[in-house]
Design a binder for this molecule. Sequence first.
Ligand SMILES: Nc1ncnc2c1ncn2[C@@H]1O[C@H](COP(=O)(O)OP(=O)(O)OP(=O)(O)O)[C@@H](O)[C@H]1O
Ligand SMILES: Nc1ncnc2c1ncn2[C@@H]1O[C@H](COP(=O)(O)OP(=O)(O)OP(=O)(O)O)[C@@H](O)[C@H]1O
Ligand SMILES: [Mg+2]
Ligand SMILES: [Mg+2]
Lengths: 258, 258
Amino acid sequence: MRILAIANQKGGVGKTTTAINLGTALAAVGKRVLIFDTDPQGNASTGVNIGRDLRAVSSYHVLNGEASLTLAVQRTEIPNLFIIPGEANLAGLEQELIAHVRSQFKLRDAIAAHTEIGGVFDYMLIDCPPSLNILTVNALTAADAVIVPLQCEFFALEGINQLHQTIEAVRANLNRDLTIQGIVLTMYDARTNLSEQVAADVRNFFGDKVYETIIPRNVTLSEAPSHGKPAMIYDHRAAGSLAYMALAKELIERERLV
Amino acid sequence: MRILAIANQKGGVGKTTTAINLGTALAAVGKRVLIFDTDPQGNASTGVNIGRDLRAVSSYHVLNGEASLTLAVQRTEIPNLFIIPGEANLAGLEQELIAHVRSQFKLRDAIAAHTEIGGVFDYMLIDCPPSLNILTVNALTAADAVIVPLQCEFFALEGINQLHQTIEAVRANLNRDLTIQGIVLTMYDARTNLSEQVAADVRNFFGDKVYETIIPRNVTLSEAPSHGKPAMIYDHRAAGSLAYMALAKELIERERLV
Ligand SMILES: Nc1ncnc2c1ncn2[C@@H]1O[C@H](COP(=O)(O)OP(=O)(O)OP(=O)(O)O)[C@@H](O)[C@H]1O
Ligand SMILES: Nc1ncnc2c1ncn2[C@@H]1O[C@H](COP(=O)(O)OP(=O)(O)OP(=O)(O)O)[C@@H](O)[C@H]1O
Ligand SMILES: [Mg+2]
Ligand SMILES: [Mg+2]
């Protein structure tokens, strides 16, 4: 099982939308995918139609040791796509874990304790909240690699340095093997110069770490969650759905080289 | 001086854009405004052209007690608009303050210790990061009222309950007088049904707490920060600039009734 953290402390850049739709696209081509939702809002869980009443056992319980990964896994309506839901208790985890010795390793240890999970799934995608807190650090410590959604907006460029430094710090202290799987440009609006400028800057800075695939700004991606479905299921012909299918193919290609 | 926290733990909903442009609009009609930037990304500081080299004294130093409010205040290029910048060290404050007795009152205490600030400014606008952590709690504890930017998207509705609960908890335990000044609908796209549906839902739920003024999705608002200027200065005729001018007038009207 490859563990990919989907992280960026800038808010609203498309982390959850990427976790849901990339996950669905990978599932559509036969990969068995587990989404681990560490966002206290639980948006990824809502996006695959896991209601609040189905989150009694969540990623919070896995991270505080009350539940095993195996216990927390749930099916979704999408074949090959499973989820461990997120919920509001996650917001208090930073304070709860402050005195724990291996507070950054809670997820990594939970995965090591249940190796059968590794045998069942091809990918675990971890949806991170918009901050570099204990939840994101747990994700980076457990992950093999990071996928960074980067919105084609000016403010989104500002945070890239901090994210880079955090990834380096995790690699140096907590997870020697952590790499950047790739940077995906999101909400690209071909009608504005801004998107083009940001995309060019990002490619200059990160080179071929940036996926060829660009996710366009596409209303289907923002409407689909209100129907409890990934965009791929809600409208598989939409530009957003096609882009995430292309991203999945590009990701699999890169993974082949790992 | 009225202290207004601009808060919503959902990421990318327009908190910083509101702090910058509402601040500028209030300054344009003669109010003296201080932006207190608690975001580790420091986007609000960048948006008013305060470079990284000018952030040696920041909101971080005010919140950990190393600097007084008065020392940290800086002019911007905009008349009547001042700022206490944000910077990366803020990200570590949660851990640093964990053992402090009045960790939630750091900002409130700093304001009480320097009453001359209250005499100089009409408004303090606090730009919060996308989480309900110690920085947002400090803002809510110091504030007279909260302005909630709410993006007209489905996921943005999900977090409203949690924010409401946090505001209630702060009101019950830390700041009895805290009220909701208003909810401002942002990134409204008249071409999609989604915006209309979300706006209708929000008005049903919050009634007249929702401002009449709606901020449209407008490329000037996202391009202006790359020029280090608020949209109001970059292009005062743009739809986004006009909307923030209207919001400022509506805010002042509401404040008159307080
Ligand atoms: N390519 C896109 N085109 C149009 N809308 C999009 C696109 N990607 C995401 N969205 C919408 O933009 C908003 C932000 O996206 P999303 O919630 O996935 O970001 P996030 O990084 O997970 O946010 P947070 O930082 O709050 O966790 C959502 O309402 C989503 O539906
Ligand atoms: N009305 C608008 N129309 C178009 N773009 C907008 C609008 N408001 C904000 N933006 C852009 O959307 C992005 C998110 O806005 P902003 O950074 O202000 O949100 P935020 O809530 O402060 O984000 P964070 O949660 O990361 O602090 C920015 O790139 C901004 O320039
Ligand atoms: Mg998210
Ligand atoms: Mg912001």
